[in-house]
Ligand binder design. Structure first.
Ligand code: NDP
Ligand code: 8X3
Length: 262
């Protein structure tokens, strides 16, 4: 037994496949790894945003416009990867969204369907399309973007929180299958991060989105990218199962008590 810490993984040996790379956390993770010399496969629906990444980093980035809700498209992505990107060894399954913050009894079924199809089905499709290759190669890492909302409920969070609870339990189940295969699994569970998340949740209402982060300091996508980078570059005998992070000015809601009117 040695007292010396094992060295971190060399990021230049990593090829990182990212969903939701056009914005926010996914875009910051793409930049973090590309800047460190990794190769990056950047995917999302908005191709112009992906092209901006490609323009910034050139041959180190492969881009593909796709919708994670389309399993055939996910499988085609993996099958058609150009040679330098074929042996990806990190998958960051990150694409996701919240739609609305209305109470459950006023919610729209379209919003619930959008969250389940993206955050649950899209997550499953990403993992199922990418996992066999990494297991066959005996090397890889799957990271899911969960959320504190998967542990702690809040008013209006109903289906969004449930999709993130799925991510947490899914990651634990994956790890039960993957331990010993050389493929690691991490569920990252952030609290408030200022990205386009709230603009999307409030259907483009920028004023309402900005109010979420007013008079406090939320985390940034770059903060989260640093945590992902940390998880991925631990030596191979170390697996971080779950990593939960909050902004320093965020904590848990007190128990709600609905008192009788006097
Ligand atoms: P953004 O809205 O900035 O980014 C979301 C990303 O997901 C975009 O790149 C978007 O790309 C992509 N995306 C959405 N739907 C699809 C789809 N159907 N197919 C492919 N890509 C899709 O928000 P964040 O960066 O904050 O969100 C990233 C993840 O982090 C989400 O899973 C979110 O739930 C989670 N999260 C966010 C927190 C926060 O406070 N911001 C906290 C905890 C978790 P495009 O529209 O181009 O397809
Ligand atoms: C996003 C964080 O607290 O807005 O997953 O649900 S929260």
């Amino acid at each position: 037994m040695s007292d010396a810490a094992a060295p971190m993984l060399n990021p230049e040996t990593l090829t990182v496949l990212i969903t939701g790379a056009s914005s926010g956390i996914g875009a910051a993770v793409a930049r973090r790894f590309a800047q460190a010399g990794a190769k990056v496969i950047a995917t999302a629906r908005r191709e112009d945003r992906l092209q901006a990444l490609k323009d910034e980093f050139g041959a180190r980035i492969h881009i593909a416009a796709l919708d994670v809700r389309d399993f055939a498209a996910m499988k085609a992505l993996v099958a058609d990867l150009p040679e330098p990107f074929r042996n990806y060894n990190v998958v960051f399954a990150n694409a996701g969204l919240a739609c609305g913050l209305d109470p459950a009894y006023e919610a729209k079924v379209e919003d619930w369907d959008a969250m389940v199809s993206t955050n649950v089905s899209g997550l499953m499709y990403t993992v199922l399309a990418t996992l066999p290759g990494m297991v066959a190669r005996g090397e890889g890492h799957v990271l899911l973007t969960g959320s504190i909302a998967g542990d702690y409920p809040y008013p209006g969070g109903h289906v969004y929180g449930a999709t993130k609870a799925f991510a947490k339990q899914f990651s634990l189940g994956l790890w039960a299958d993957l331990a010993g295969t050389g493929v690691r699994v991490t569920n990252l569970e952030p609290g408030m991060v200022e990205t386009e998340f709230s603009v999307v949740r409030f259907r483009g209402d920028k004023g309402r989105a900005d109010a979420v982060y007013s008079d406090m300091e939320p985390m940034t996508a770059v903060d989260i990218a640093e945590q992902i980078f940390f998880c991925c570059t631990r030596p191979r005998h170390v697996n971080i199962n779950r990593l939960q992070v909050m902004a320093s000015q965020q904590s848990f809601a007190p128990y709600a008590v609905k008192r009788r009117p006097r």
